[in-house]
Design a protein around this ligand. Structure first.
Ligand code: PHE
Length: 372
């Protein structure tokens, strides 16, 4: 090797070795592409913003955090492969993800078996954290969200509600179940139920059948891609009943595709970018500075909160060793998150307020906040 090049190379490898030693590796799996790309794009951007902020302030335990992100392409089967790789190959100390409950449910058993703490930013299906004591989330769960929307429907005097659920998503099936449970035990009646599968484009047969049952409202616990098309087709079919949904409606393309066809609908969710709370507004500004032209949504805010909770737990534990880190995450109390104060309960869930938004003129508008 020529003499001049050798010192250069050895320096290069030395600095690589130092870098590798001095970082704490955190894995992330997210749907950066595919049917729920909005979920992964937003949660990743929020997560990355938190990691960059932490590193700019000196890192954690004297080391920089290294976020290793993998795209699960919104496809079943991918989360398991990715999480295996993050644990076995990259040797991450913890994993952040996913948004969609079915994806988190796939990865959780692997994290649990390997005793690698996993924090889901936004999966609301109760089964996610029931997987085991290494699995956490920083959002509320669907028994709460379903009850919030059932109470809301009853408060509006809508006693005859129809259901349209996505059979491919644990989220949708669960949320429908929890809605129905509260609704039908408090004076409401489900007048008709129809189903679809993620990826479907034509919902007219289901909507025609629901319309015939003359419901006061239609509850659709789906994801934004399908819901946008459902909204448009409901208008075409002359459906006047308000549509109700949950956090899954939130996605960048929802209102772009639906236009004004979802006007008069109501959804429950975690966060609203126009919330005057200074914590929210500071976050919105930081996010816009980092990602020009973009506004953070629920997944971005929850992604940010998940990374900050993990870092705070590492700091408190004084180590990234699996058991100690797990215990520290479990002990999270009154963490001042963007999405509210976060305390993890004994089931590793966060009990937090939900926000109900309505859609007017093709835009979201604050309706009310509902405490747990
Ligand atoms: N709660 C949804 C699920 O469990 C995911 C989601 C969260 C979607 C927040 C949008 C906003 O699948």
């Amino acid at each position: 090797m020529p003499r001049l090049i050798f010192p250069f190379f050895s320096l290069f490898f030395l600095s690589l070795a130092v870098f590798a030693q001095d970082t704490i590796k955190v894995g992330e799996f997210a749907s950066l592409t595919g049917g729920t790309a909005s979920f992964g794009q937003a949660s990743h951007k929020g997560t990355l913003l938190a990691i960059e902020e932490l590193n700019a302030a000196g890192g954690v335990l004297g080391k920089k955090l290294q976020l290793i992100t993998e795209d699960d392409q919104s496809q079943a089967g991918q989360p398991a492969t990715i999480v295996q790789k993050l644990i076995a190959q990259d040797k991450v100390v913890a994993i952040l993800g996913e948004v969609a409950s079915s994806k988190s449910l796939e990865a959780a058993p692997i994290c649990q078996q390997n005793k690698i703490p996993m924090i889901s930013p936004a999966s609301t299906n109760p089964k996610v954290t029931e997987t085991g004591d290494y699995i956490f989330r920083v959002c509320f769960i669907d028994p709460f969200q379903g009850t919030v929307m059932a109470k809301f429907a009853l408060s509006k005097g809508w006693k005859r509600v129809a259901l349209l659920t996505d059979v491919k998503q644990d989220y949708s099936i669960g949320l429908a179940e929890f809605f129905v449970k509260y609704f039908t035990t408090h004076g409401g009646e489900i007048v008709k139920e129809q189903k679809f599968s993620s990826g479907d484009k034509d919902f007219k047969p289901q909507l025609t059948s629901l319309k015939a049952a003359k419901p006061d409202a239609i509850f659709i616990p789906g994801y934004y891609g399908e819901v946008a098309l459902i909204g448009k087709q409901a208008v075409l079919l002359g459906i006047k009943a308000p549509l109700l949904g949950g956090d899954g409606w939130i996605g960048e393309s929802l209102l772009k595709v639906a236009g004004k066809s979802l006007d008069g609908s109501y959804v429950s969710t975690h966060f609203f970018d126009q919330d005057p709370n200074p914590v929210v507004q500071t976050f919105v500004q930081k996010y816009r500075a980092r990602y020009p032209g973009e506004t953070p949504d629920d997944m971005a805010a929850l992604g940010y909160d998940s990374a900050m909770i993990l870092a705070a737990a590492m700091q408190r534990a004084g180590t990234t060793d699996s058991a100690a880190l797990r215990d520290a995450i479990a002990a999270t109390k009154n963490h001042a998150g963007i999405t509210g104060s976060i305390t993890l309960d004994e089931k590793r869930n966060a009990s937090k307020s939900a926000v109900i938004l309505t859609i007017e003129n093709g835009a979201f508008k604050f309706e009310q906040s509902v405490a747990p």
